[in-house]
Design a protein. Structure first.
Length: 276
């Protein structure tokens, strides 16, 4: 009796092992098929990218990622989808996918490139810095992140260059507003804008003019000692500049601050000037 029970147990065990083996074989075949479909979709994405059909390429790359998300090809496909959106100038789509990529594949070996591409998307979104500074702020924040976390990469080197350009644009915004307040004779807001340039963007091309404007305004409102202080600062840093020469003239008793006016010319005036 015990012998029959043992035989039955062995037969049952062999049957279970054979069943498991078949299931594993089916799973391996399914995985192979999924991987092949994924590679096919990825290659179609590359082909469309080469044919300048970036939108459809992004679609195929995302399809490849979904077909076999546990494979090594998934993060590569997801990053290629973001790149496809980026070069097509579909920045909102690229930003969405890059944020998802960074959260989903934080250990991927090209994660530094993902951060850089995200920064570039923000950077490329800058359309009118006089109206919207948010893309500039986000781009600068992300470029600083790259410099701090990936300092020895080419991405960090380019990030430093891009931050310099962003600072120039940010400073131009402050200068634009400062000049606007001068036209309106709103001296305190104007002073604050020019001081912002000296505090945050002192390496930009607007620094010398900002100091001159501070000399000009302080002289205008009767704070001559403060005006002289800024004139000395201007002379120390920009002695040979035109702005220092202009500030030097301010302390002439006949000096009057000139309002910044936007020149308007009618059609008739423009034509008249052609024949003068």
């Amino acid at each position: 009796m015990n012998f029959l029970i043992r035989i039955s147990f062995i037969i049952l065990l062999l049957f279970l092992l054979q069943s498991c083996s078949k299931k594993e074989e089916v799973l391996l075949i399914q995985e192979d098929n999924q991987e092949q479909e994924m590679i096919t979709a990825y290659n179609e994405g590359i082909e469309n990218l080469n044919n300048n059909d970036e939108f459809y390429a992004a679609k195929k790359f995302l399809e490849a990622e979904l077909l076999f998300p546990q494979s090594d090809w998934a993060p590569k496909s997801a990053l290629m989808a973001s790149y496809s959106y980026y070069i097509k100038d579909y920045y909102p789509e690229a930003i969405f996918n890059l944020k998802r990529f960074i959260n989903t594949y934080p250990k991927y070996y090209r994660i530094d490139y993902a951060h850089y591409l995200l920064a570039m998307c923000y950077y490329e979104e800058i359309e009118n810095e006089k109206k919207d500074l948010q893309p500039l702020i986000l781009a600068k924040k992300k470029f600083n992140f790259i410099i701090n976390n990936y300092p020895n990469t080419d991405f960090a080197l380019d990030s430093k260059f891009k931050i310099g350009l962003i600072d120039e644009v940010m400073a131009s915004k402050e200068m634009y507003l400062g000049r606007h307040y001068i036209k309106k004779e709103k001296w305190i807001p104007a002073i604050n804008r020019f001081k912002n340039i000296l505090k945050d963007y002192d390496t930009t091309i607007f620094s010398a003019e900002a100091i001159h404007r501070l000399v000009e305004i302080h002289y205008r409102i009767g704070l001559e000692d403060e005006a002289k202080k800024y004139a000395s600062l201007l002379g120390y840093n920009y002695l040979s500049s035109e702005w220092y020469k202009k500030s030097y003239k301010i302390f002439n008793q006949k000096y009057e601050i000139k309002k910044i006016k936007k020149e308007k010319k009618g059609i008739r005036q423009k034509f008249k000037k052609l024949f003068e």
